[in-house]
Structures are given as C-alpha cells and as structure tokens.
Design a protein around this ligand. Structure first.
Ligand SMILES: Nc1ncnc2c1ncn2[C@@H]1O[C@H](COP(=O)(O)OP(=O)(O)OP(=O)(O)O)[C@@H](O)[C@H]1O
Ligand SMILES: CC(C)(CO)[C@@H](O)C(=O)[O-]
Ligand code: BAL
Length: 279
C-alpha cells in the first residue's frame, strides 16, 4: 500500500491505478479506524477494482471549542489495518497540503445542513462538504462510500454531488455496532469504562422509540420518553432527537415512510450520534 502526502504524487498514483479502465472506490475517514471504517473498505473492494482510503482530520469541520486537537490519531496502526484489507493507496495529506495559504472557498449545502447536527455544530457541514468535494477532485473516484451512522452527512454529500454534477456514485454503508448495540465511533475511545456501560442506553432508547413510532405511537410522547431514558441511563443531555424524512431530512410530526430517527447525546465531554430506520 502506498502512503501518499502530496497532490502531484497522488495524481500519478491514481492514474496508474486507473490504467486499463480499472475502477476506484474512495473511503474518506478521519482515521482512528475501527470495524465500521473497515466495513466501508470491504464494500469498496466489492464494488471497485481498487480502494483508496483518505485519512485527514479536517480542521474546518470542528468548532473552536470542539475536539480537533484531542481527536485520536493512530496512523501507523491504521495503515497496518488497511494493508490487511487490501487497500491500494492511503491518501494522508497534512493540513498545509489540503488548505494551502489563501484557501478561501467553501461549499454550503443550505437546505440539509442547518438542522440537527448542523444546529449544534455551526459551520460543521460546510467544512465536511468542502473537504469531501476536494477529496473527490483529488482522487476522482468512480464511487465513494460513507457510513449511515452519519446519516445527515450522507444526505448532504449526496445532495452536494447531485447539485455540483460530481460524476461518481455515492454509496451508504450500514451502521456497524458493538454487540450491545452502541454504534462504533472513533469517539467511543473517549468514554471511561463507566460511561461505556451507560452508553448502551442511547441505542436502546432509539430502537424502542423507532419501533413505537412505526406502530403509531404518539410522536411527542415517544420522543420525550426516549430522551428521558437516555438521560436516566447516564447521559448528561440530549442535543436532539427527531423523526425525519429519510431523504429530505424534513422534520416529521406524523410518521410516514421512509423515515429515520436521528439523535445526538452528550455523556461527559463526549458527543455521540446515532440513528435508526423507522418502519
Ligand atoms: N459504526 C459505523 N458504521 C458504519 N460506518 C461508520 C461507522 N462509524 C463511522 N463510519 C463512517 O466512517 C466514515 C469516517 O468516519 P469518521 O472517521 O468520522 O469515524 P467516526 O467513527 O464516525 O468518528 P467520529 O467519532 O468522528 O464520529 C464516515 O463515512 C462514517 O459515517
Ligand atoms: C467525511 C469526512 C471524512 C470528512 O472529513 C468526515 O466527516 C467523517 O469522517 O465522517
Ligand atoms: N464522523 C463525522 C465527523 C465529525 O464528527 O467531525
């Protein structure tokens, strides 16, 4: 596996991979890889001839008081995992390569980025959309793969690719979970053993609420009950819990398919997100 850190070498390596009409799948990540990321890589291997993974902890998607500095970075371990998965190329630019001095363009997916995580993290999705557009232009993949764990992010990237005519397919991969139901996330590493035990309340409450909503339970009551269960389980607060149209992300007052229950909650200094299909 080649580890590449500059654009000129990347372009030469991608051209070599694409020889003889071979296809390339891109899996963008921020590193600290877990089985969720590896499931995206495995999907890439099924749908394309070569898989390119990017690892870039993107400063522009973190707010001033968020965890950019503390975000886990384990490149050597990540690289070893990717070699085992048969990844062709690891694209791991420094911040100065991604954003050379004078960088001043950004992408805002206005309609989908304002609510949910966008409300709690102003500017976050502009940072995501901009870096993902840059990654698409840098790697020029035939397909790019993102996790359904970040449901709003996936919807925003699909809309951006459509709006800006990126000629590639976007695939969503199912959420990989620990056996107790907690969605795998690099940020789970922040949890103390006690917090990790308590965290099971989050997917548990969402699963229960998703089933109740699909069975016609009252929206307000069901969401309030789920929020109370998450806090009773040991979380400090619930940022949001909402039923949304699965594609437009419009908030729903009454269940109609296809819908997705979206939520974010805080335990100590850690903010976790998750979502479940409804119906
Ligand atoms: N449990 C999971 N199942 C499926 N995909 C996942 C999972 N966790 C992350 N991904 C996907 O991996 C890609 C890279 O995500 P990222 O590197 O931010 O990892 P993360 O574990 O989500 O970290 P964070 O703690 O920042 O949320 C994204 O497309 C994300 O949706
Ligand atoms: C898509 C992404 C790699 C962009 O920095 C990031 O938001 C992530 O890891 O989900
Ligand atoms: N997985 C989304 C990246 C972030 O939280 O910044």
């Amino acid at each position: 596996m080649q580890i590449i850190r500059d654009i000129a070498t990347l372009h030469r390596a991608i051209a070599a991979l694409k020889q003889d009409g071979k296809s390339v799948a891109l899996v963008p990540t921020m590193g600290a890889l877990h089985d969720g990321h590896l499931s995206l890589v495995q999907m890439g291997r099924r749908v394309a001839d070569h898989v390119v993974v990017s690892i870039f902890v993107n400063p522009t998607q973190f707010g001033p008081n968020e965890d950019f500095a503390a975000y886990p970075r384990h490149e050597a371990r990540d690289a070893a995992l990717l070699v085992e998965e048969g990844v062709a190329l690891l694209w791991a630019p420094d911040v100065g390569v991604m954003y050379p001095g004078g960088h001043s363009t950004h992408i805002e997916v206005a309609e989908l980025g304002a609510d949910y995580c966008g409300a709690a993290r102003p500017g976050h999705f502009d940072g995501v959309a901009t870096v993902v557009a840059k990654l698409f232009n840098q790697v020029r993949p035939d397909v790019a793969i993102f996790g359904e764990k970040d449901w709003q992010q996936l919807a925003i990237i699909r809309r951006m690719a459509r709006d800006l005519d990126f000629a590639l397919d976007i695939l969503g991969a199912p959420i990989a979970r620990d056996p107790d139901g907690l969605a795998l996330s690099s940020r789970n590493a922040y949890l103390s053993p006690e917090q990790r035990s308590a965290a099971v309340a989050f997917p548990g409450a969402l699963r229960t609420a998703a089933a109740a909503l699909a069975n016609g339970s009252d929206m307000y009551e069901t969401l309030a009950k789920a929020e109370a269960a998450i806090v009773a389980g040991g979380f400090d607060s619930v940022d949001y819990i909402a039923l949304a149209d699965a594609d437009s992300l419009e908030r729903l007052d009454i269940f109609r398919a296809p819908a997705r229950l979206l939520a974010a909650a805080r335990i100590g200094k850690t903010r976790l997100i998750d979502n479940y299909p409804v119906g």
